[in-house]
Design a protein around this ligand. Structure first.
Ligand code: TMP
Ligand code: MG
Length: 297
């Protein structure tokens, strides 16, 4: 098996030998990838997180805005609110990634964060027709090689479910402006509800935050049912909470999980290695997911 693996990594997937790539159990990754390759593109679906997974963590030395943070723009909200949103980020993001707290301990803080931000956005009466401009003026940027990833999935007719605790309307605009909103893309996220004049009045449906994606995966059964013909899942995320995104796929046969470890790398390395099959350390590219995809399809 080691000899085969050696061949697999060296010749077919050299990307997996990079020092930024870590695996707890190489043999499991290998077995899963061979099983997925055997079943082919027709059996595959991809389930991915959005913020800091399909988008970069940092670009040119600056943090890349999440979909919520794209809304933190003077075009859309007043000065006091931009300060408030930044303060909320500085309070709650460290809790979200704190290696010393477990998901159950983080959960109430995440609900608080999302609730406060959504209430603020509603109070600010955000206008639907300003959002495309806010996205255009933002520094949102997809990972290097991300467009190729989207394009390959579309060509191969592999469904892509983007499962995001961000803001769905903004997410859609980001991928539209990057010309990758292909017909195989499905989205589960927090969507805005606008009144008849185009002003934000509420968020639709049940709130999705970083640590309740399991509930979202199960309750969005209808969306996921379209994906039930594909028993093999490639899952991409940047948070331990993202691992439950595939919980709605009851017919899953093989699941390969890839975790982008962007921040608090040393502190979180062990827990990521125990939870994701492949862990990518401070990797701002889609090179590894693209290589896996090339191998499977
Ligand atoms: P994701 O599920 O697409 O990764 O989106 C959730 C991310 O958004 C999560 O890492 C926390 C982040 N976030 C902000 O950056 N600003 C906010 O105001 C909120 C509520 C979340
Ligand atoms: Mg994320």
């Amino acid at each position: 098996i080691l000899a085969i693996w050696h061949q697999l990594t060296k010749t077919e997937i050299p990307e997996l030998t990079r020092v930024s790539v870590m695996m707890r159990e190489r043999s499991r990754v290998e077995d899963t990838m061979y099983a997925m390759q055997k079943a082919g593109a027709g059996s595959l679906q991809v389930i991915s997180d959005f913020d800091m997974t399909l988008t970069k963590f940092a670009h040119k030395g600056k943090r890349v805005p999440t979909t919520h943070n794209i809304l933190n723009n003077k075009l859309l909200i007043d000065d006091d609110s931009t300060v408030k949103m930044k303060e909320l980020f500085n309070t709650y993001y460290p809790i979200e990634i704190d290696a010393s707290l477990n998901p159950e301990e983080k959960l109430p803080y995440m609900v608080e964060w999302w609730t406060k931000v959504h209430d603020l956005l509603i109070q600010q009466r955000i206008r639907k027709d300003e959002m495309a401009r806010a996205v255009r003026e933002s520094n949102a940027v997809l990972r290097e090689g991300c467009s190729a990833f989207f394009d390959c999935l579309a060509e191969q007719r592999v469904p892509l479910l983007i499962f995001s605790a961000g803001v769905g309307d903004i997410l859609e605009e980001v991928i539209r402006q990057n010309h990758v909103f292909h017909p195989n893309v499905h989205i589960i996220s927090n969507y805005m509800d606008f009144d008849h004049t185009g002003v934000l009045q509420a968020f639709k449906g049940q709130l999705i935050h970083s640590y309740n994606k399991r509930a979202g995966a199960l309750s969005h059964g209808a969306t996921l049912r379209e994906l039930h013909g594909q028993p093999n899942v490639l899952l991409l995320g940047d948070s331990l909470g993202d691992l439950s995104m595939a919980d709605g796929v009851s017919t899953a046969q093989n699941i390969l999980t890839v975790g982008f470890l962007n921040d608090q790398v040393e502190e979180r390395k062990e827990s990521f290695l125990n939870s994701f099959d492949i862990v990518l350390l401070r990797d701002e590219t889609m090179d590894v997911p693209n290589a896996i995809l090339r191998f499977i399809v």
